[in-house]
Design a protein around this ligand. Sequence first.
Ligand code: 13P
Ligand code: SF4
Length: 381
Amino acid sequence: MPSTHDQTASPAFDLAPYKSLDNEELTRRINAVREEMGSRLLILGHHYQQDEVIALSDLRGDSYKLSELAAKDEQCRAIVFCGVHFMAETADILANRPERLARSGGRRVTVVLPDIAAGCSMADMAEIEQVEECWEQLGEVVDCRDILPVTYVNSAASLKAFCGRHGGIVCTSANARAVLEWAFARRSRVLFFPDQHLGRNTALAMGIPLEQMPIWDPRRDELGGNEEEAIERSRVILWKGHCSVHQMFRPEHVDQFQRQYPGIKILVHPECMMEVVAKADVIGSTGKIIQAVAEAPAGTRWAIGTELHLVQRLKHEHPEQEIHFLSPVVCMCATMYRIDLPHLCWSLENLAAGTPVNVIEVEQEVAEHALTALERMLEVK
Ligand code: 13P
Ligand code: SF4
């Protein structure tokens, strides 16, 4: 590892040389930084990360758990987030909230995303200007004071801030139902973005009929492609967004497994389409999927519909169970996959050298309102 001395004025190390190092060398150097920084460094890994990245993470979790961990840690000065952009933004907002800055004498936690191109295509399907336009148009048909905006955590900080400003809240796949109950205790209608599937699956499970869930297509000029009457009778207005990974699981895949292995248990993430969810035995966030497998008796046979890396890890960690991937095609999150050992090592060595790269810092005014919606999310379990 390059010297950590006299680096203040130095430029950051280049990424290119890291790409030719083998995993053994990269692991050794990553561990050297971990040892040097000790509790000042927290490496968080989402369950969809590659095994070698997960192995070097201090803590792993689903989106909800990682948000909690970022909010709770009082010792670290830097969080290296092995996940995607919206997760690093969320960590920055929670780790640098005013009350915590006051406790640390104003010293910020540096949040780093090892590859800045690790985004989420679903999060990109709702832009703040489109949501503001939607809100304005809704206000011409119904009373916006009676609509509660809910954003899935897979969204830009500006959308979380929008929710914070309008009495709304953030949800994750782990607490979506509790969040919708929270919302309906306050207002009679919900605008849910950006994932139509999580919104629809959760609302259906609460007994809300499809006729009361119009889809808002931000590419359509007039009322997102709806008649006024559909908006008037709506209870949940669903943004037309989806996860390109989870949409690959199809009902016919479930049928095929059930035909081939009668009694097989189908376990899926709620970002899957409703036709898949309707046929599943267990539906849950990545954390719940892991828990369901961990708690099942030996010999249980599963077909699991979520990101490939997690399913493969479950297969290795639970040889006593029979685990199948619920799709004949590869469904992996290409952006999560961008975080690899060269990027992790490069970002860590730059951090240790005082030349941090890919620092995620949410603009203060946005962070302030997004925090309001995120704190509500953490209270609702
Ligand atoms: P979790 O909320 O289960 O972590 O899911 C995050 C995600 O991006 C799933 O695609
Ligand atoms: Fe986004 Fe889907 Fe990847 Fe999750 S799996 S980060 S929702 S693209």
